[in-house]
Design a protein around this ligand. Structure first.
Ligand code: SF4
Length: 533
């Protein structure tokens, strides 16, 4: 029996019982050895990946907004529907009518939270919407977004994609000053800061509040007469400006603009603040260009393949990742199959480059939704089986290459390999279209603590043995950058390299990685006061 830690629980959790090549003990790092345990683990994080029966880094949130359209809330509903993959726990829309903001939000999928009646009540010509996956803060209605409050400078609502790395310090300071919080989300902090700042306009207060936060944020604020869109100075999370027959739209990804038939105009630039109101669309603040830290994982896995993010077509990028993977990690095989859906473009690229035929050896059920099953031993194994089933006819007697985009704990990969082997595959070679994920993310992605990342504590051979594959091959860091066409100093790749670009520790605080190498925190945020608006 293997044991692994589980975020949010400190006792051992029974590990996967499937055995093929003899036991391999997981070398679990002491929890105190993880930078996330050194003061940066967010309150209320929970074993989400386990509860979902999968084993991936999880998306953060999706934001959408539109100004000046008579059907603003209906279009926002469509927009956040297209961004459902970025968050499935809660959804909300705030709309603006005659200087007043109305809000509706709830737990669940967009289609469950809204109906014709609720949308009818969200009148007006401007709206912002949000789909949430709780990377920080617990999964409860108090943390659902948008947040809304009435300030001395009028009503303000906010929708946030990202994570603030100094949220705990700010929360402590505000609590010491008497602030009372409804939930545990980072975003609520922003509203408290705005409420306390000096300034005679919402814009002045938003600017002042943002000067106090560090980390990843793509934000949409709805005020009594405008939408304010902001991206953090390093541009971790995407945010696009679109145009719908003369009306301004904002969205995390272009797939949301496509759905409402808006054109992509441009990105909100890192460090840029854009305002749209009845008068115009204009940039009111721009941090001088410096290095960027666009999340490279958006291109590997998070974003929808039909989207354009960071100026790149996601589908094409993933295919190129698969091609590069085939060059770096060839395999003697009869067939290439993807782990659907996210592994499909990379598997196609691998097949094209290697000349090994592509086929669908695994079929995904699209009707599972969020299972929310308890991670008890008897049920957990069905989590993957509910979602994926092998096509025996395709894999039987074959040497199979399985292409996936990442391995986090290894538990799901192990089940998939077993599934394919049980369906009659002669050999199973696992190929991953990204480098090993060895470090947690602090910038808006739900990741396990480092001790649970299998690549942080195991060699590739050990991982191959654990997942029971005949061989394993990851894309190199160099290959990732080449395939993404990442200009120097333009992307964050900290979950692969440990090079954190925004300081994790409070100034003067230590970040310990225990037995592992020290995380290489780089305080680019302080370059030219870039993060200090
Ligand atoms: S650490 Fe990884 S997941 Fe997080 S922002 Fe950087 S590249 Fe993205």
């Amino acid at each position: 029996m293997f044991y692994s830690g589980c975020p949010g629980t400190y006792g051992p959790v029974p590990f996967d019982p499937f055995e093929r090549s003899g036991p391999l003990k997981l070398n679990v790092l002491p929890r105190s050895a993880d930078p996330g345990e050194a003061g940066f683990a967010r309150a209320g994080r929970r074993p989400q990946a386990v509860a979902d029966g999968d084993d991936k880094f999880h998306d953060e949130c999706g934001v959408f907004g539109i100004f000046g359209h008579a059907e603003a809330s209906h279009l926002t509903y469509l927009g956040i529907h297209a961004l459902q993959h970025r968050g499935q726990e809660s959804a909300g829309i705030a709309s603006l009518e005659n200087g007043e903001i109305s809000l509706h939000k709830g737990m669940g999928l967009v289609g469950d939270v809204f109906d014709a009646g609720t949308l009818q009540k969200l009148g007006g010509h401007a709206a912002i919407g949000h789909t949430r996956y709780s990377t920080a803060g617990q999964s409860r209605i108090e943390n659902a977004q948008p947040f809304f409050f009435k300030s001395a400078v009028g009503p303000i609502a906010v929708a946030h994609n990202g994570n603030l790395v100094n949220a705990e310090e700010i929360r402590s300071d505000l609590e010491a000053q008497g602030a009372i919080f409804q939930g545990s989300s980072d975003t609520e902090l922003l509203l408290h800061l705005i409420a306390r700042e000096k300034g005679s306009t919402p814009l002045e207060r938003i600017q002042a509040a943002l000067s106090k936060v560090r980390g990843a944020y793509s934000l949409l604020f709805l005020t009594e007469d405008s939408i304010v869109a902001v991206r953090d100075p390093l541009g971790f999370r995407p945010l696009l400006v679109g145009n719908l027959r003369g009306k301004t739209v904002f969205a995390s990804e272009s797939c949301a603009l496509d759905l409402v038939e808006a054109e992509v105009v441009r990105e909100v630039e890192p460090g840029e603040m854009v305002v749209v109101d009845e008068k115009s669309l204009r940039t009111v603040q721009r941090i001088p260009p410096q290095r960027r830290a666009q999340c490279i994982f958006e291109l590997v896995y998070f974003a929808r393949p039909d989207s354009q993010v960071f100026g790149r077509n996601v589908y094409r990028t993933r295919k190129d990742l698969g091609k590069q993977l085939a060059i770096e990690q060839p395999a003697e095989a009869d067939i290439v199959i993807p782990v659907p859906d996210s592994g499909v473009p990379a598997a196609l690229g691998y097949s094209e480059q290697s000349g090994i035929p592509y086929d669908m050896g695994l079929i995904r059920s699209h009707y599972v939704g969020r299972t929310f099953i308890e991670p008890s031993q008897s049920i957990r194994h069905f989590g993957v089986k509910l979602k994926l089933n092998p096509v025996r006819h395709v894999v039987k007697g074959k040497r199979v290459v399985i292409v996936d985009d990442s391995i986090v704990r290894g538990t799901t990969s192990r089940k998939i390999v077993k599934m394919v082997r049980d369906a009659g595959a002669r050999e199973v070679h696992l190929r991953i279209s990204a480098p090993p994920t060895r470090w947690p993310c602090y910038y808006g992605i739900d990741t396990p603590v480092r001790s649970e990342l299998i690549a942080a504590t195991h060699t590739e051979d050990e991982i191959a043995r654990y997942v029971t594959a005949d061989s394993i091959g990851y894309l190199s860091e160099k290959g990732l950058h080449e395939a993404v066409r990442a200009e120097p100093r333009s992307f964050c790749d900290a979950c692969f390299t440990g090079e954190y670009l925004v300081q994790l520790a409070p100034p003067g605080g230590a970040v310990s990685a225990g037995d592992g190498p020290e995380p290489k925190a780089k305080a680019y945020e302080s370059e030219g006061g870039a993060a200090d608006r």
